[in-house]
Design a protein around this ligand. Sequence first.
Ligand code: SF4
Length: 395
Amino acid sequence: MFLSKSKYCRAWQCPKMLWLDTYRPELKEVTPADKARKTTGNEVGDLAMGLFGDYVEVTAKKPDGGLDIPAMLEHTRAEMAKGTPVICEAAFSFEGLYCAVDILRKEGDGWAIYEVKSSTHPDKTVYLADVAYQKYVLQNCGVNVTGTYLVTINNEYVFDGTLRIEELFNVTDVSFWLPFEERNVPGLLQTAADVLERDTEPDVDISERCSDPYDCEYWDYCTRALPKPNVFDLYRFPLKKALDCYYDGDVSFEDLIRHGRVSNMKQLRQIDFQLHDKGTFTDAAAIRGFLSTLSYPLYFLDFETMQLPVPKYPGTVPYQQIPFQYSLHYIEREGGELKHKEFLAESGPDPRRALAERLCADIPKNVCVTAYNKAFECGRIKELAATFPDLSEHC
Ligand code: SF4
């Protein structure tokens, strides 16, 4: 068996996930958001290396781009022997169990593990599982582990133009929370070994674990035999409730109606329209009511924003929504032509001032503006008004 800390965490969420990753990875549905999260995680990890001052990074690559694990193990041993105070990506291996510690820091007569996450919340159980696995590997390699910490993003950090990573990151001592997950490590390692030995897929049913802590990329595969549509397609039907129906055998829309599992009007209407081929439901009265509140000239606004884990622009905080583009359609009079204006910021500088000025120029005061997600667009406009008070009277 070869297990890394990420594979251990996959097995922690679901042993079948580990098996599919190993033998049927082509079934995984990786979204662009998953890829972006990974990139963000790598960027944050690289930045956090400097959290405790000078450090030695032991990452080594083979000519094919993969990790050169033997070289990393050797380099780690050498740096620890020298007593290097901070070693990043410190590598350890014990009986097929491998881990690279994000930051390994000399602490008295032992070493402390720092696990870096790009999240703003340190209180996720899977993070404890991750640290517990690393502690297990290190202890079995003969390392005296004297501390265990999570490094997460401080979402209250306001960037003032000079990045202070000691303020950007929160360090949480998780030693007190760790024993439960530590106790689970040997059992889970046995489960992982058993699963990886199988040449057939393990029989694991869907459960709340499929989306906790992360949405599983094999959901479509694991639910492929269910009738379509099914209880998991119901509009805003909580997963726990849907799973209860599923375990009781009430999966299809027919089952749900026959056994009285749905009482919400919107969900009942969804099932009714689907089962009776009624096409699309249109609430004409509600639409008429909404349209009667509009007046010309009429503007249709849509922002695009970015969220940076490490803030780049003075006055912003990690993961703040920064608008950098908008699309604006408008109709000046009833029956008039639909026209379009747009803004796209230059890459690099803070886009907000230029965007706010153009928005003020493109939308006259006191006109009717609509947006698909009113709360989101209003939120961004209020933030721009607070940041640029000289433009705020235009709101
Ligand atoms: S969808 Fe659920 S059951 Fe299937 S592999 Fe993922 S977590 Fe496991």
